[in-house]
Design a protein. Structure first.
Length: 424
């Protein structure tokens, strides 16, 4: 009989990103995510290793590279089955291609391994289950981005739920996670924002639209650097919903992601609304279009979200010195990134003393649950005994662990990389 013995934290312990958890049964097991971290100079770092021969399957929660980026390494010498939604698989084709362009020199695999991995994908859907050698796998909407999923594993009367990245807040793009149908005695949950609650979405949208209108009506251009996957589409939807009556442009990898999401409508909250938002905006196809976008008051939604590359860097240089313009950041700005530097110092580069004159604002459009949402998930899962905190800085994870112990009476573990936790 298949018995679920222990889990090993391979990545995501005391850190945001590089998520990877190995669930061991008897002599083999299942891998939950296998993502990349991005250290100094954007050099990718992999999770701790597990032998491909010990894997029955790899489950990818969603297409962000900090959860999926390192998985192709297992296809150098094996044909392991991987489980994910169709949306995630289709998104990974473009995400992996972009990853190779930027970081390929540092990665221990190439395009052949990526192709091999995608050929071994088994498509799953929300609220369905499948079986691997006596272990049952269940899948639920995680509410993070289109196609993101919570996975539950059941074997020998033990059960484990893994959230990946999760969000219980309704957004313009996806429906929120609903943990109420889930039963599990062990929960592995992200803790990225376990110290804070995000402001109400309607309030963030209102402030964003007010600021956009102020810049446009004053004759300026608004640059909105956005993550290509999910955030760019959400911003286009918000601008369309509130009826911004100025040209709206979108540029960078957002263009290809748009097409993939519209081809996977089942994982969108309102596909007709997104389709309308995209069709009413202007796709930037070449440099002539980029120059045209800057000649009149307009909104430009462009990758990359942290201004580390992409067309957004070009637009920034063009709008930075005019106080009529606006630079509105809507994505998380990691330490050391150009976007973070602008928020903290007001300059584009470390060696520049020239301050940005454009109006700079940051808006909290996070696709992660905050403190209250994470607690809501923990409280909602039936039969829960143990909570394991991953994908968060130590302070965040410890805060959620303390509340889980003291207020809910559950065992709570702040995970460390390399840690083994017995389930049997």
């Amino acid at each position: 009989m298949m018995k679920m013995r222990e889990i090993t934290i391979l990545g995501g312990g005391g850190e945001v990103g590089r998520m990877a958890v190995y669930v061991r049964f008897n002599k083999s097991g299942v891998l939950l995510d296998y993502g990349l971290g991005f250290g100094e100079n954007d050099i990718p770092t992999l999770p701790l290793h597990v032998a491909p021969s010990s894997l029955k399957a790899i489950i990818i929660s969603h297409a962000h590279l900090d959860h999926s980026g390192a998985a192709p390494i297992f296809y150098i010498s094996s044909n392991i089955k991987s489980f994910m939604t169709k949306t995630t698989r289709d998104l990974l084709r473009i995400m992996y291609n972009d990853m190779l362009k930027i970081s390929g020199y540092y990665l221990p695999f190439e395009v052949n391994e990526i192709r091999k991995m995608l050929k071994n994908v088994s498509i799953v859907e929300y609220n369905t289950s499948t079986n691997i050698d006596g272990a049952e796998l269940e899948f639920y909407n995680a509410g993070h981005i289109p196609g993101s999923m919570i996975t539950v594993i059941r074997a020998n009367n033990r059960s484990l739920a893994f959230t990946g990245d999760v969000n219980t807040t309704l957004t313009r793009l996806v429906k929120p996670a609903d943990p109420k149908p889930i039963e599990a005695d062990t929960l592995v949950i992200e803790s990225t924002y376990a110290l804070v609650d995000h402001p109400p979405r309607e309030e963030v949208e209102r402030k964003f639209i007010e600021a956009v209108r102020e810049v446009l009506e004053n004759g300026g251009t608004v640059l909105v650097p956005s993550f290509s996957l999910s955030r760019g589409q959400e911003i286009l939807s918000i601008l369309n919903h509130y009826g911004i009556d100025y040209p709206i442009y979108y540029d960078g990898m957002i263009r290809e992601i748009n097409r993939i999401l519209l081809a996977n409508r089942d994982h969108l909250r309102d596909p007709t609304s997104l389709e309308k938002a995209i069709s009413s905006a202007i796709e930037v196809k070449d440099w002539r279009d980029r120059r045209k976008a800057l000649r009149q008051p307009s909104v430009i939604v462009s990758s990359a979200g942290m201004l580390k590359g992409g067309p957004a860097v070009f637009y920034l240089k063009k709008i930075a010195n005019n106080p009529k313009n606006g630079l509105f950041l809507v994505s998380f700005q990691a330490p050391g990134t150009p976007g973070r530097r602008i928020l903290e110092a007001g300059t584009i580069s470390t060696d520049s003393k020239k301050m940005i004159k454009a109006r700079v604002m940051w808006f909290d459009f996070s696709s992660h649950s905050g403190k209250s949402g994470l607690l809501e998930i923990i409280k909602s899962i039936k039969g829960l005994e143990r909570v394991i905190l991953v994908h968060g800085e130590i302070k965040s994870a410890e805060n959620l662990a303390e509340i889980t112990r003291n207020d809910l009476g559950l065992e709570a573990i702040v995970a460390e990389n390399g840690q083994r936790i017995t389930l049997d």
